[in-house]
Design a binder for this molecule. Structure first.
Ligand SMILES: C[S@@+](CC[C@H](N)C(=O)[O-])C[C@H]1O[C@@H](n2cnc3c(N)ncnc32)[C@H](O)[C@@H]1O
Length: 203
């Protein structure tokens, strides 16, 4: 909402602005401002010290999270994105706070990861259930998992799709949303914030 967008201000450094412009020009999907407001406040409320992110892209969200003082481990499958993210993290002077793994999150050996207060799932949407199941064991007590893009630009509400692939992907997201709300070991709410964010609190 424009009214709130004008009131709720985030402070961006020159590097943040550079990354936001790069993402726009190169069609890199990064977290929306509304989602970032939410994520930042969850991190502050939880006093999250250690965060795992699945899906780094160019490092934008990892940088925003690390700026709050958290240590961020983040996984990116794409080598080119990984290299760009590495460079951006260096420019942000956050190399001591952010570790990027250039690996498929579905294949990464979790024994080299830590325990986390917050896990942010923001990678291949068709794999969300697999990501959730794989990484939930790394959560500390009362840890939280935040998942992004659950409204998929409003497409979860549509009935007609341009392609079979798109229909299948939307069905996967709908399926994840329903599955997520059925997980008895988590208390989950899906919010109409940004592109649709779920907050799942480990019971
Ligand atoms: C939406 S972008 C991440 C945006 C980033 N979190 C931000 O807000 O700045 C999703 C990223 O996940 C990566 N990705 C997709 N599948 C993956 C996988 N299996 N393992 C690790 N990364 C993956 C993609 O290459 C892409 O860069």
């Amino acid at each position: 909402m424009e009214y709130l967008d004008n009131l709720n201000k985030l402070e961006f450094s020159n590097l943040d602005i550079e990354l936001r412009n790069y993402a726009k020009e190169n069609d890199v999907p990064i977290i929306q401002d509304e989602g970032l407001h939410f994520l930042r406040q969850v991190i502050m409320l939880k006093n999250a010290r250690n965060i795992l992110e699945v899906g780094t892209a160019i490092g934008y969200s990892a940088i925003q999270m690390a700026k709050l003082g958290a240590n961020v481990d983040t996984i990116e499958i794409n080598e080119e994105s990984y290299k760009i993210a590495l460079e951006n993290v260096k420019k942000a002077n956050l190399s001591d706070k952010i570790t990027i793994y250039n690996e498929d999150a579905l294949l990464i050996d979790i024994s080299k990861l830590k325990k986390y207060d917050l896990i942010f799932i923001d990678a291949a949407k068709a794999q969300y259930i697999n990501f959730f199941n794989k990484f939930k064991v790394l959560l500390n007590d009362k840890g939280v998992i935040v998942t992004d893009n659950l409204l998929f630009h409003g497409l979860v509400l549509e009935t007609e799709f341009k392609s079979r692939n798109l229909r299948q992907l939307v069905n996967k997201i709908r399926n994840y949303n329903e599955w997520l709300l059925e997980q008895d070991d988590f208390d989950t709410t899906i919010y109409n914030i940004g592109d649709g964010l779920a907050l799942s609190i480990k019971k």
